[in-house]
Design a binder for this molecule. Sequence first.
Ligand SMILES: CC(=O)N[C@H]1[C@@H](OP(=O)(O)OP(=O)(O)OC[C@H]2O[C@@H](n3ccc(=O)[nH]c3=O)[C@H](O)[C@@H]2O)O[C@H](CO)[C@@H](O)[C@@H]1O[C@H](C)C(=O)N[C@@H](C)C(=O)N[C@H](CCC(=O)O)C(=O)O
Ligand SMILES: Nc1ncnc2c1ncn2[C@@H]1O[C@H](COP(=O)(O)OP(=O)(O)OP(=O)(O)O)[C@@H](O)[C@H]1O
Length: 504
Amino acid sequence: MRSGHLPRTSGTVTVADVAAFLGRDAPAGNDVAIRDVCDDSRALRPGDLYLALPGRRHHGLEFERDAIERGAVAVVSDRVADHLPTVVVPHPRTVAGPLASWFHGHPSSALEVYGVTGTNGKTSTTHFLHAGLQGAGRSPGLVSGVAISSFDGAAERPIRTTPEATVLQRTLATFVHNGCDSAAVEVSSHAVVEHRSDGLDFAVLAFTNLGRDHLDYHGSMENYYAAKASLFDPERARAAVVGVDDEWGRRLAAECALDVTTVSTSDAAADVLATDIDCTAHRTSFRARTPVGSVELTLPVLGPHQVSNALVALAALVAGGHDLDAAAHGISSVHGIPGRLEPVVAGQPFTALVDYMHNPSGQRSTIPYLRSITRGRLVLVIGATGGRDPGKRAELGAVAGRWADTVIVTDESPVDDVPDVLRGDVLAGARTTPAQVIEIPDRRAAIDRAVRGLGADDTVVVAGRGSDRWQHVGSRRVYFDDAAELYDAIVHDGGAPEVRSGRP
Ligand SMILES: CC(=O)N[C@H]1[C@@H](OP(=O)(O)OP(=O)(O)OC[C@H]2O[C@@H](n3ccc(=O)[nH]c3=O)[C@H](O)[C@@H]2O)O[C@H](CO)[C@@H](O)[C@@H]1O[C@H](C)C(=O)N[C@@H](C)C(=O)N[C@H](CCC(=O)O)C(=O)O
Ligand SMILES: Nc1ncnc2c1ncn2[C@@H]1O[C@H](COP(=O)(O)OP(=O)(O)OP(=O)(O)O)[C@@H](O)[C@H]1O
């Protein structure tokens, strides 16, 4: 449902207004005013409307008592609550986005919203877009998997890649309130299927690429593609930018009903093309040829995949009508992106990086580059997160072992899976390669081992978690920051502690 055309009538919203908006009967007690819309009893505040959603493990109505104790005044759900006045709708999740958008005055219509989806590169591209919008003189907000922030820099760490619809709409409303005029928003495929992105009006939607991931959730690549492709609808966006360096992007560009700008690092027929690509151990540069001219970019981030991501961001900004040179200048001024080939500097002679590669296509774009900048030994610390597509685990090991000298297989976040099984699957793949393969379950011990004895020409990469600060072990959450741990391991191994990277 496109949200911009359903005006809210008054400043105060009552239960009756909500029922009218949803086209449903108003319950008794319908003149109560609503403070906000919230879909989690644990986050409710007095005066809130509780959107009680059916889930995989629970139905939100199981938490009605909690909701009442926290001050909820009414419920929207698919059946009548025991105590609170209820507006009944057949599919509450599908109304979450439009309802929250309407409640908050359609914030995405007041902002120029750039959405980014794809298997890999969403976070990076979203950060490039944010920087590019600033370069173009705009005041953007940012909703990415690593940070949610207004243009003033105040940031919070998100719980997931794309927040629930009610949180997302509230966040955009806060952006409007704080003076933002635009936003860069990361959109996961889960968010699309779970209707978190419903009710958003996108100025431009960007697709980076598609590769094997999340098949535990989507079931097949075809379903995974369909989830992403369903976003690219004239009801949701005004224009599209599509990376066409894989078959899925080429298909989307052909099938999409929006105005499409195609983007490539190799196909001269694409609308926007990167040439003169140069990826060193310290920076990344390329020339972008676009329909409105050419421009050179030098980025303070590492790896050829960032060329694709920056190019998609640049193409989206051009599609949005921004000046090419200003957008390129902004993108080139991006601060490092946390956990994306992020250098850790502790005075050591070798290169040490933390990266979020967690699927084979991400590895294939990243590890050959790491090999190319490493004259000596390439040591990779890898693992597999639990609760995710088991079919990719052996391939993770095999791709790592194909390029690295040493692969250390350790635990990431096992969640509810058995750590030995997760490691066993990754090890099975790694052991099909000529690399030295070492199993060290404890992640801290694995990182300590990885840095031991490295010299000036060597590179160590701690992969798989990026800037995530928490390991999930069963229902326990354990604080573990890969960059800080890598820093400490280097120092303990003899690096010079007086030179410290920004983050740890
Ligand atoms: C698949 C999916 O989107 N699941 C989300 C969904 O879970 P669910 O429907 O099973 O919820 P449930 O636990 O059964 O609870 C039902 C309802 O009761 C509510 N509840 C529950 C407990 C309580 O005490 N009070 C309460 O109100 C919940 O808020 C929920 O609305 O609703 C929950 C509450 O909002 C989410 O936490 C949960 O995301 C889980 C944590 C998740 O792991 N999602 C992953 C798959 C995900 O979305 N990942 C993508 C990124 C992927 C990537 O790019 O790598 C993302 O966008 O983050
Ligand atoms: N354009 C790309 N092509 C292939 N791999 C990429 C690309 N961009 C990033 N990667 C790899 O994917 C990892 C994650 O990058 P990024 O966080 O930007 O993507 P993402 O789509 O947001 O990931 P996720 O949705 O899983 O959070 C990087 O650390 C890198 O290894």
